[in-house]
Ligand binder design. Sequence first.
Ligand code: AQP
Length: 334
Amino acid sequence: MIKKKLVFSGVQPTGNLHLGNYLGAIKNFVALQKEMKCIYCVVDLHAITVFQKPHQLQENVLETVASFLATGLDPNKSILFNQSSVSGHAELAWILNCVSRIGWLNRMTQFKDKAGSEKEKASVGLYIYPNLMAADILLYKATHVPVGADQKQHLELSRDIAQKFNNDFNCKNFFPMPEPLIPKNVSRIMSLRDGTKKMSKSEDSDYSRINLKDSADEIIKKIKKAKSDSEQIPDNLKSLEKKPEALNLINIYSEITKNSLDKVLNEMSGKEYSFLKTKLSEVLINEVTPIGKEIKKLLGDKVYLGQILKKGREKANIIAEENLKNIREKVGLI
Ligand code: AQP
């Protein structure tokens, strides 16, 4: 049987999208819409696993759609919508809560990172977040999921859940095993302040990330302040591996200029990091500020953004309802 390829991925509306979201995931979303049918979702139900101010959440949903459009997602090619508007996500999540195992969830490192030492006070939603992510993907029987490296473990869990569902309900191949599409060099863009932590929307310091809406001045300031190294740029990757902040800057430069890491090191070796920082600011300004301008422009027409979501919801709901009908039948729900 030839599997029909279908891409699904989501982004949380938890604030400004940043360079990590863009290089690690969204750039890939845009490339994939040329090859396959794609469904991209603003995952607002995931966002509320950590408290969100209601009004701010609504604004963030619209801003995430605006960011999708500004980075090149085309609503005529891809389905763009917000998760809570298709109730099948929550329904399937409940069914999968009953398939997934507590032992599996206990291994999820993102819950441990996000809950930290306050585990007892974390929401139940944050704990079962990976089951909802499995539901997002399996609701559409997606075969490919473009994500950053931080989501690899959750995707493996989605595969385990799909496999167990197929076994439990004796329906081999009912859910396809979703495959992660993780970019090779930019799967984990690191914080500009601490090269051992990933760049993240929820990090307190805005200096830790480049936001897609940052102005040229902000980009220059942030890159200037970014941690690097007091020694000169080395000529080989091995020496860089012990300097995560410096490696992160070189890596971002290599990705944006589409030159290999070796080529970048050839060009830069022996120079001070200030040289790299000037060049990096230039290429980032060229890549990021047109996106930021477009996001701001799109946010000026919220009616249009609402229409995009509505159209996407209608299309997504047709696929979701069709699949849910079969899922309910398999489980024995009348
Ligand atoms: N630093 C990163 N490098 C590469 N990829 C990244 N992604 C996130 N951060 C990086 C990828 O972006 C997609 C959308 O992520 P998300 O916003 O849904 O959730 P997240 O991974 O939790 O992102 P943040 O920025 O860290 O948000 P908060 O702070 O709200 O938790 C995903 O594919 C993700 O892998």
